[in-house]
Design a binder for this molecule. Structure first.
Ligand code: AMP
Ligand code: GLY
Length: 433
């Protein structure tokens, strides 16, 4: 098959790599890709959000499938534009991508579908939002409605912090259009996990569970990042939870969207809060709740989950686009996976780019390890850093301990000036009481 993968991060390298593992060989292209994808695919110069450039490439080159990695092009209508010219796309239409692009829309869908989620109210007026705060107690969660590059959720510990967040969004416009509407939401206790579901408009297949590590420092300290590592499976999702997640969360959303005329195709990623440990219960009494939906694969969860999949990946992605997922086989290997992000020192704040990376070949030689590129580029034949998250190093193992050990062995072969990684990936899985 001829397949175009849209995006340039670790997630897209992992999608491209997994397609390259299929028994039947594909012709792979990435728009724009990175120094990692260029070794297994042809990078084209179209940017991931340049809808016109991607559509015009697709018109000329007629790929059998386009798989879209990031949310921004989906929210801008890339899948719709491709479908207009008869190109199959893995990734939802613009209306479906609102499950990620508008938290108020996602909440409305969840409420109509009876899906358990934190109680929330939406506001466009700062005074009204502030007046409502006493209903919620503390901490309270303030969310910008739209896409805010992971910065639009504020967990306010005090009334002053909550009011400041409301002012930032509704008065000072610090989040632009994304903050023109805010949600005030109940704070949920528990442990988070990610469930990536493949959806074909009518049916869904849940991929293995995973958990990412959002904070920059060990022990989940410091500011939030795009994700500093991930592992799969996540033991917080016990086997008995999966049918519940499918039947009470994913399928009701797919059906509710269909009822609204939205045929959702692609990944429906549920960020869940699971409260196994007791403590404060959610107002709805459920010990499993949706925090958010995303309209795409997670990053770095993808780098941990896709290496666990066997079988023909292109067939599965195509089945999502064709609406034939029911008949396709998603094979999951009985191995665990761990992914460790190597970042540029200073990330998620300011950092320098252009640092030469060494040890990539040695790292790839570690058994069962694979190095995905997130923020790299090739300059004069050398691979240099070009982003905050630079590399995503994954290893498989017979269990999580073995996977984590191999991943760190590979990480330790790689170096560049001011590189940084967390040393405690999967700590929640290892320290379960
Ligand atoms: P979101 O973009 O909605 O997933 O929020 C980003 C992060 O904020 C989540 O991964 C959680 O760590 C946290 N978060 C969001 N909503 C809540 C909530 N209602 N209760 C507790 N934490 C939350
Ligand atoms: N790892 C979190 C995300 O992809 O949104």
């Amino acid at each position: 098959m001829k397949i175009l993968i849209v995006g340039s991060g670790g997630r897209e390298h992992a999608i491209t790599w997994r397609l390259a593992q299929d028994e039947c060989k594909h012709e792979l292209y990435c728009a724009p890709g990175n120094a990692g994808t260029s070794a297994i695919a042809t990078n084209i110069s179209a940017g991931a959000e340049d809808i016109d450039a991607i559509v015009s490439w697709a018109k000329e080159n007629k790929p059998d499938l386009v798989a879209v990695g990031p949310e921004a092009p989906l929210c801008k209508g890339l899948a719709d534009a491709l479908s207009e010219i008869g190109i199959k796309t893995f990734g939802p239409c613009k209306a479906g991508a609102r499950m990620e692009g508008s938290k108020a829309f996602a909440k409305d869908v969840m409420i109509s579908a009876g899906v358990p989620t934190a109680k929330a109210k939406t506001f466009t007026d700062a005074a009204e939002a502030k007046a409502a705060l006493p209903e919620w107690g503390l901490p309270v969660v303030i969310k910008a409605d739209g896409l805010a590059a992971g910065k639009g959720v504020i967990i306010a510990e005090t009334k002053e912090q909550a009011e400041a967040a409301i002012d930032d969004m509704l008065v000072d416009n610090k989040f632009g259009a994304a903050g023109a509407e805010v949600l005030i939401e109940e704070f949920l206790e528990g442990e988070e996990c990610s469930i990536l579901a493949l959806v074909d408009g009518e049916h869904a297949v849940l991929l293995p569970s995973s958990q990412d590590h959002k904070r920059i420092f060990d022990g989940d300290k410091g500011p939030n990042t795009g994700g500093m590592g991930a592992y799969s499976p996540a033991p917080v999702v016990t086997a008995d939870r999966l049918p519940t997640i499918r039947d009470s969360i994913i399928m009701p959303v797919v059906r509710e969207l269909a009822k609204r005329g939205i045929v959702y195709k692609g990944v429906l990623y549920a960020g869940l809060m699971i409260n196994n440990a007791g403590g404060k219960k959610a107002l709805n009494g459920s010990d499993i709740n949706v925090l958010e939906f995303n309209a795409r694969f997670g990053d770095p969860e993808t780098e941990a989950v896709l290496p666990r999949l066997g079988g023909d990946f292109a067939k599965v992605l195509t089945a999502c686009a064709d609406g034939t997922l029911k008949d396709s086989d998603v094979v999951v290997k009985d191995e665990a996976a761990a992914t460790i992000i190597i970042a540029s020192g200073g990330y998620p704040g300011d950092y320098e780019k252009g640092k030469e990376i060494s040890g990539l070949d040695e790292a790839q030689k570690v058994p069962n390890a694979v190095v995905f590129h997130c923020g790299t580029k090739e300059v004069d034949g050398k691979v240099v850093t070009s982003g905050g998250r630079v590399l995503s190093v994954t290893a498989l193992g017979k269990d999580l301990r073995e996977a984590v050990n191999s991943a760190y062995e590979a990480v330790n072969k790689i170096s560049f000036e001011n590189s940084f990684h967390r040393n405690d990936i999967a700590h929640r899985a290892f320290n379960r009481g």
